[in-house]
Design a protein around this ligand. Structure first.
Ligand code: PEP
Ligand code: MN
Length: 337
């Protein structure tokens, strides 16, 4: 931490702060400038003694952390891109993956048709929510255990790994038995208790960015997963809440570039929840590839008109081959870039 004093702070105030820093377990290193004096507080922040208190001192202009709050996720810790295996599929470190499937598991027939269509289009990782986090309690909440059973059957039939969302700690064991990758949804990005439990499940985790999470908060959530035993974390930008209403959420592609720069973890984009409308999914997907994402996760449904959730944004699965075809030139261009 660096404590920056206001201009012309008297010597005795600086000494006073210096002593307090020492008392809190850090070594104070005073650097005197012409106008400003700063103290570098050297020590291990893991001792949990916060220096934030100095922000409230009238003589202090700022307290600036120098260590990243996310260490294990950072590129300083691991310089090259890491990859994550979802079942037998590799994602990251040059392996671009399209993950696809319906928003919600609705029936065996719906999942079978979706899986058949996306498999024919070349997709090798299936998504589908058995438990759905819905804004209204009157909306379809997912099939729960029955949905998990359907996912199990379909993944075995098509030999495709599946990703599904975990809503609460009581579901972890049950969902981890079926899912090859556990999704933490945007609404739970900062549910630290859940992150700790999910990290223990022995499965890779797809961590969506919260709708109102800063990049630092999102990466710190990833750090929670790593610290608690899950090194296989995939970050997912899915759009954030802004003043803009033309799209469902504002896709923050800048955050993808920042996450790629700051961390070694694979970073993917969910264009479906950002777009909210089917016609915007392809352009946002192309942009995601171009910005350097390691994959995309796209919602697709055999019969979007009758979908029980997110109907307007789901690509008809019968047309998924066309979608992939339109995306492929950009994927190939980025591979060569
Ligand atoms: C989903 O993937 O269906 C979902 C609910 O996503 P998010 O958490 O990004 O809203
Ligand atoms: Mn959805």
């Amino acid at each position: 931490m660096i404590i920056v004093f206001k201009p012309h702070t008297p010597e005795d105030k600086i000494n006073e702060v210096s002593k307090m820093i020492e008392h809190l377990g850090y070594e104070p290193r005073v650097i005197k400038g012409v106008e400003h004096t700063v103290i570098g507080a050297v020590g291990d922040e893991k001792i949990h003694r916060s220096l934030e208190i100095f922000k409230s001192f009238p003589c202090v202009a700022d307290v600036i952390p120098i260590q990243k709050r996310y260490k294990l996720a950072s590129r300083e810790y691991h310089e090259s891109d890491s990859f994550v295996m979802i079942g037998k599929e590799k994602i990251g470190a040059g392996n671009f993956q399209v993950i696809a499937g319906p928003c919600a598991v609705e029936s065996r027939e719906q999942m079978r048709q979706a899986a058949k269509d996306i498999y024919a289009a070349g997709v090798r990782i299936l998504r589908g929510g058995a438990y759905k986090p819905r804004t209204s309690p009157y909306d379809f909440q997912g099939l729960g255990e029955e949905g998990l059973q359907i996912l199990k059957e379909i993944k075995e039939e098509f030999n495709m790994p599946v990703i599904t969302e975990i809503l609460g700690v009581t579901h972890v064991k049950q969902v981890a038995e079926v899912a090859d990758c556990l999704q933490i949804g945007a609404r739970n990005c900062q549910n630290y208790h859940l992150l700790e439990h999910v990290a223990n499940a022995g499965r890779p985790v797809l961590l969506k960015r919260g709708m109102a999470s800063t990049v630092e908060e999102w990466l710190s959530a990833a750090e929670y997963l790593i610290v608690h035993g899950c090194p296989n974390v995939i970050l997912c930008e899915r759009g954030i809440r802004t003043f803009e209403t033309a799209t469902r959420s504002t896709l923050d592609l800048g955050a993808v570039a920042v996450a790629k720069r700051e961390t070694h973890l694979p970073v993917i984009v969910d264009p479906s929840h950002a777009a909210g409308k089917v016609d915007l999914v392809l352009p946002l997907s192309r942009a995601a590839v171009a910005v350097g994402a390691d994959g995309i996760i796209v919602e697709t449904h055999p019969d979007p008109v009758n979908a029980t959730s997110d109907a307007a944004q789901q690509i008809p699965s019968g047309k998924f081959g066309e979608f992939i075809k339109s995306l492929t030139p950009i994927i190939e261009a980025m591979r060569k870039a």
